[in-house]
Design a protein around this ligand. Structure first.
Ligand code: UDP
Ligand code: MG
Length: 319
């Protein structure tokens, strides 16, 4: 608790992929904010910004090097190849976890309002280990993006995945939350689904999301869909259970069909072979689906085991 009383050392982690168009401006804006926060004692003077270059092929890394050499807060991590936003972000968080008290992750384009960072830190000082940045409205997004986002969130809820609505990867995490996050060893990363599993007290701060001020989105529809599929399949084995229940429904239908077929058969208004065929189709279909569901249930268990997630997280231990 002692570090909460003094000014915490803040590390801002910024994943960058082909961001040469925005980096200078981003660094200026963040530096001005840092100047202010250090002067008023909100954060420690050693606080810094870690830019993670996610294997960009443009001038992103040279720019980060230049910022590191010529300005006060810039640090850099250069990944050997492009590993995607989530992995790049985790690389950054892993790097800072022993070198800070709190870390804030934010996109390089600063679409998320950095002016709520003081509010995030205030919430941290009130004893929250995780503070989610939540979009208040999506005025700048197209209707398409808004409805798909809401649909995706609903689907996640239906599948039993805990996540915060309208929260992307803009969040503050305390050092101990980071340390616990790093104990999740899975490969299919979907950080906004993992973070709620950490536990601890959390808070939300609300902001309006801006347009990208330069450069273009690195998340085309294809990547977004992949990301959505990842989000569900990394956290839920419910789709497999749905196969099982579908099988059960098929078997129920088969029973109805059997009764009806036998009835028609007895009244002699069926062609030869039809009754046996139609009964087999429904029954075999149902049995196959139920069997798949059962096999799937085991695969689901294996899936959960291989993820090897931590079973619990300690909040406090009195011995
Ligand atoms: N990004 C990354 N690796 C990738 C793709 C994107 O590190 O392979 C970073 C990118 O530089 C930015 C963040 O992820 O900091 C979010 O990307 P973007 O702003 O293009 O996504 P959008 O806001 O359009 O969803
Ligand atoms: Mg963006």
């Amino acid at each position: 608790m002692s570090e909460i009383l003094s000014s915490p050392l803040l590390a801002v982690v910024v994943p960058c992929y082909k961001e040469e168009a925005v980096l200078h401006e981003t660094h200026i804006r963040l530096s001005l904010l840092f100047d202010r926060l250090i002067t008023d004692g909100t954060i420690a003077p050693e606080s810094y910004i870690l830019y993670v270059n996610d294997g960009s092929t443009d001038r992103t890394w040279p720019i980060i090097r230049e910022l590191h050499a010529t300005t006060r807060y810039a640090r850099g991590l250069n990944l050997a190849g492009n590993v995607g936003h989530q992995n790049a972000l985790l690389a950054g968080l892993t790097t800072v976890k022993e070198r800070c008290d709190i870390a804030i992750s934010i996109d390089a384009d600063l679409q998320d309002d950095i002016n709520v960072i003081p509010d995030m830190i205030a919430a941290y000082r009130e004893g929250n280990d995780i503070v989610y940045g939540v979009r208040r409205e999506r005025k700048t997004d197209t209707l398409f993006k808004r409805t798909t986002a809401l649909g995706f969130y609903r689907l996640m809820q239906l599948m039993g995945v805990k996540s915060v609505y309208n929260h992307a990867d803009y969040r503050l995490m305390s050092r101990r939350a980071l340390q616990h996050l790093c104990r999740f060893r899975e490969r299919n990363l979907f950080l906004r689904g993992l973070v709620p599993l950490i536990g601890y007290r959390t808070a939300n701060v609300y902001y309006n999301r801006d347009k990208r001020f330069a450069g273009e989105s690195k998340y085309p529809l294809r990547k977004m869909l992949n990301f959505a599929v990842d989000g569900i399949t990394s956290f839920s084995v419910k789709p497999v259970r749905m196969i099982f229940w579908m099988g059960c429904i098929f078997i129920l239908i088969a029973l109805g069909v059997t009764a009806w077929t036998l009835y028609s058969y007895c009244l002699h208004n069926t062609v030869p072979g039809w009754a046996s065929l139609i009964i087999s189709i429904w029954l075999v279909g149902g049995v196959v689906l139920v069997s798949l569901g059962i096999v799937g249930e085991y695969i689901g268990k294996i899936y959960i085991e291989v993820k090897d997630r931590p079973r619990y997280n300690e909040e406090e231990l009195l011995m």
